[in-house]
Design a protein around this ligand. Structure first.
Ligand SMILES: *Cc1c(COP(=O)(O)O)cnc(C)c1O
Length: 421
């Protein structure tokens, strides 16, 4: 093996105390200037920035460790395959899966949920069967079920939320019944920040004989996840929100469930034997990874997980909670500003409107001061309808967010208010 293949020089920092300045220094995008102002990046809920170790590790993999995986007998292909499979092991440990085979790489969380709707749906869901989602779901956890409903005649039930965004557990209990086959809910709302008590959701579903899929796109970013302790059946997340590259997502599934699910996409790498008459399929994870997978993205995700582990998800959560409290207090001080989502247990996401100003105008004007927030329906139109509005602005924080970001947001919002009189 030559020197270019040696990965030892990419180091991950060790933090004894939470040093947000040191963390920020690891993210090159955070030193950008936008319109002459230092960037205040408050859109990590849409996609997080990447630390140098991820960028460098991917660069290294493309330069010296790249070939297709699972195919070649030659060293370079073997190295690429090792990297890819080591990434699978890394993810399995990160979520505490029992076995690496329970980790399927997909394109993103959307693809993971679509995989479940097709493969679990084909194998287990028939006309009249019920699935339960919540009013806070991202479109990625609504539309695949509607497509399945149109095909098969399943019934979709929706757990309501209260005015501050709490998941209504009593209503959920009432909806569970002998026809419930699957519960598919988000762990954390990408709009309201609500942390859904998923352990209770899972236990209740199991008691009713149903399986559970959790959309962990926001959940896994803000606190540690242990799929065995949760006893969750299927858990999906996306790499780019976890400081990794775009183009890779993960579906965790209990191995018995995965192997009982029908194949999703057909093609290379997922088959045992093919003739024109009959094809047999491999077990998970290969069964669900048709075609060339996200090879270098897996390497990048692996580096992102090392980085997150080095900082510690518990530490990240503590830092973000302190910042959320600060942001909430400062934003509450602004006349005409309404915050949506004040659940008892909430992640570092603040969605809001400003009286008399369209959220898109907020987004555009504060961008002129270097502040990046998302404005729109946040892929959650039913949730917007729940509050009777078409759009919100959203500030979402990450491990590298700091008070300066929040102060810049508040200053920029005061500037918006000046403009609109
Ligand atoms: C971002 C997000 C998604 C979609 O993620 P993709 O990476 O675009 O597939 C789904 N659900 C939630 C809760 C999200 O925040």
């Amino acid at each position: 093996m030559n020197a270019a293949l040696d990965t030892a020089e990419v180091k991950v920092p060790e933090y004894g105390v939470y040093d947000v300045d040191a963390i920020r220094a690891d993210f090159p995008a955070l030193s950008l200037e936008i319109n002459g102002y230092p960037i205040a990046f408050l859109d990590s809920g849409a996609s997080a920035q990447k630390p140098d170790v991820v960028i460098e590790r991917m660069n290294q993999a493309y330069r010296g460790e790249y070939a297709n995986v699972h195919r070649g007998a030659y060293s370079l292909s073997q190295k690429a395959t090792d990297n890819y499979e080591e990434a699978r092991t890394k993810v399995a440990r990160f979520v505490n899966a029992k076995s690496d085979d329970e980790i399927i790489f997909t394109r993103n969380v959307t693809a993971a949920i679509n995989l479940v709707s097709h493969s679990y749906g084909r194998a287990f869901l028939n006309e009249g069967d019920e699935i339960i989602i919540s009013h806070m779901e991202h479109h990625a956890n609504i539309v695949p079920w509607q497509l399945l409903r149109d095909e098969t005649g399943i019934v979709i039930k929706v757990v309501p939320i209260d005015d501050v965004g709490n998941f209504l557990m009593e209503e959920y209990k009432n909806q569970l019944g002998p026809k419930t086959k699957l519960v598919a809910v988000t762990q954390v709302s990408n709009v309201l920040g609500t942390v859904v008590p998923i352990k209770e959701v899972i236990d209740l579903a199991h008691a009713a004989g149903a399986k559970v899929l959790i959309d962990g796109a926001q959940g896994i970013v803000h606190s540690p996840v242990d799929v065995q302790a949760l006893d969750v059946d299927l858990y999906a997340f996306t790499g780019h929100k976890l400081y990794g590259p775009s183009g890779i997502g993960v579906l965790y599934g209990k191995i018995d469930i995965l192997n009982a699910m029908s194949p999703y996409q057909g093609g290379g790498d997922m088959i045992e034997n093919v003739t024109f008459e009959k094809t047999t399929y491999r077990d998970a994870p290969a069964r669900f990874e048709a075609g060339t997978p996200p090879i270098v993205e897996a390497v990048g995700l692996s580096a992102a997980i090392d980085y997150v582990n080095s900082v510690g998800l518990d530490n990240i959560a503590r830092h973000e909670q302190a910042l959320l409290a600060y942001a909430t207090e400062r934003l509450r001080g602004l006349d005409g500003l309404t915050i949506y989502g004040q659940a008892e247990n909430k992640a570092a996401i603040v969605s809001f409107t400003l009286e008399g100003v369209h959220p898109h105008d907020i987004g555009t004007i504060i961008d002129s001061r270097g502040v990046a927030v998302r404005a729109g329906h946040h892929c959650a139109q039913p949730l917007m309808d729940r509050f009777g509005i078409a759009a919100m602005a959203r500030a979402s924080m990450a491990m590298y967010s700091n008070k300066d970001d929040i102060d810049a947001l508040v200053d920029a919002l005061n500037y918006v208010k000046e403009i609109f009189g």
